[in-house]
Design a protein around this ligand. Structure first.
Ligand code: HEM
Length: 484
């Protein structure tokens, strides 16, 4: 077979890819060597800004199959029929470290799913944790600054990590979760995924429900101890990537079963927990899990940069029948992601193959900008309304309206009868076995004991004690033992 010809970017054949052109043997380079100039200039531009959080991740394609009828709750077409299959792309990630960071670290994991539905792409951008550290998006940049590398030392600093938590009692639930056994998943295949926020589903009749999503791993939940993880990080920093890639290449396709908790909208106001508070779960006894379908991952991307690095998930990519709840964190995220994408990837990132709809086509009057590839034909008008059969609105609301009342202002989240920052953290602690409690306390103490300021330690100890007296006492003793 004859070799394919190497060409420049514009398709002209390259004569020599080993020696750059010089003025005479041993002389200086020639500016006319187009191949050399293009190759070096192109190389200089290979990197794009990494994600400001969740920089390190792995992706895979697969499908979602509906196994149970949920049409009583949502009119979403891709959930409309048992047996219906929808192609999807998922990106798993760690949160705090930069692109080159190791996989087996104590950190939440991102769990971002893009369903390529016939009614447009639906992005469910969740984590492997059912709750989160904060409940107001205005705190997010401060929170992330405290968890990422310190601008002076260039390292993650326990002083910053725990100082933020000292001032965020609402984080106690998620900190308990993160420092517990599930804080370091064995791999992306061995963890659950959660939508975490409450979302709104609307059925054909226009009735509204609030839902929480739970993807349960069919591989079983498996985690690493702090020691196992430290060893793995040393031997294979890419352990999650290795595991996911090789599993799919071998034909061992990971799967998850999707369940939802469903709350009729009318029950939200009186529920004992604020259902729109991201630091709280809904106990299953209140709202049981109802099965929806299963997600299977069966194809690796061919190119990590094109398909994983350039993938873009946005919590405000909804489809008819699914919409936002008034959760303030979610509302903040509805802005943050597409804004990040326009900066990181450019205004036309939705035209990249991994981000573009697959089961339908996008038709609108957005035009131009850097790298436009789908920009309308000679027959398409770039304004609306028009007299030329251009795409027009449907007049059908995607989700049910929400009733609001009161005054504008910088209000704290409403408190329901059982709402405080500590009760659910205490419930989680009390659910743990004695062994789990010991590991939890050791993990917390290992970090907290490194903090230089006593007042920061004291504030954090007070949070654990408020969650459960025994919990607080044990952490205090463990920290003291490490510091003495
Ligand atoms: C107000 C709070 C939050 C803000 C402002 C925020 C903002 C961001 C931003 C700017 C990115 C990078 C997006 C990109 O460049 O593509 C990101 C990524 C991500 N965030 Fe958040 N985030 C917030 C809370 C959360 C929560 C609560 C979750 C999970 C429930 C979450 C899950 C993710 C995931 C999974 C990714 C990575 C998506 C991917 O794989 O491309 N974030 N976030």
């Amino acid at each position: 077979m004859s070799k394919r010809v190497l060409t420049t970017e514009s398709g002209a054949p390259v004569a020599d890819n080993q020696n750059s052109a010089t003025a005479g043997v041993g002389g200086p380079l020639l500016l006319q060597d187009q191949h050399l100039l293009e190759k070096l200039a192109r190389f200089n531009r290979e990197r794009i800004p990494e994600r400001v959080v969740h920089a390190r991740g792995s992706g895979a394609y697969g499908y979602f199959e509906v196994t149970d009828d949920v049409t009583a709750y949502t009119k979403a077409d891709f959930l409309g029929e048992v047996g219906k299959k929808t192609e999807l792309f998922i990106r798993f990630s760690t949160v705090a470290d930069s692109l080159g960071g190791a996989d087996a670290v104590r950190d939440p994991r991102g769990f971002a799913v893009k369903f390529y539905t016939e009614e447009g792409n639906y992005d469910l951008v969740g984590n492997n944790t059912p709750v989160f550290f904060i409940k107001d998006p205005i705190k997010f940049p401060d929170f992330i600054h405290s968890q990422k590398r310190d601008p002076f030392t260039g390292r993650q600093e326990p002083d910053n990590v725990w100082d933020f938590w000292a001032h965020a009692p609402e984080a106690t639930h998620q900190v308990t979760w993160l420092m517990g056994d599930r804080g370091i998943p064995a791999s992306y295949r061995h963890m659950n995924g959660y939508g975490s926020h409450t979302y709104q589903w609307t059925n054909e009749a226009g009735e509204a429900f609030f839902v929480k999503y739970h993807f349960k791993t069919n591989q079983g939940v498996r985690s690493l101890s702090a020691d196992q993880a430290a060893e793995l990080v040393g031997s294979d920093g890419n352990s999650h990537q290795t595991d996911l890639l090789q599993s799919i290449e071998r034909g061992v396709y990971p799967s998850w079963t999707l369940y939802v908790q469903v709350m009729p909208a009318a029950e939200a106001a009186e529920y004992r927990f604020n259902p729109f508070d991201l630091t709280k779960v809904w106990p299953h006894a209140d709202y049981p899990l109802q099965r929806v379908g299963r997600m299977v991952l069966d194809r690796n991307p061919d190119n990590v940069f094109a398909e994983v690095e350039q993938s873009a998930f946005s919590p405000n990519n909804f489809v008819p029948g699914i919409g936002p709840s008034p959760d303030k964190m979610l509302q903040g995220r509805l802005f943050a992601y597409a804004d990040a994408h326009r900066y990181r990837l450019g205004v036309n990132h939705t035209q990249l193959p991994v981000n573009a709809p697959k089961a339908t086509t996008a038709q609108n009057y957005g035009r131009d900008g850097l790298m436009a590839t789908r920009n309308g034909s000679r027959h398409d008008k770039n304004y609306e309304p028009n007299s030329y059969q251009g795409p027009a609105q449907t007049d059908a609301a995607l989700s049910a309206p929400l009733a609001i009342h009161g005054w504008t202002g910088t209000h704290a989240a409403p408190q329901h009868t059982k709402d405080d920052d500590f009760f659910q953290a205490g419930e989680l602690y009390r659910l743990m076995s004695e062994d789990e409690k010991q590991r939890l306390v050791a993990n917390i103490a290992g970090g907290l004991a490194q903090v230089s300021r006593d007042d920061v330690i004291e504030k954090n100890l007070a949070h654990f004690a408020a969650a459960d007296a025994d919990y607080g006492k044990r952490v205090e003793e463990a920290v003291r033992a490490l510091r003495d």
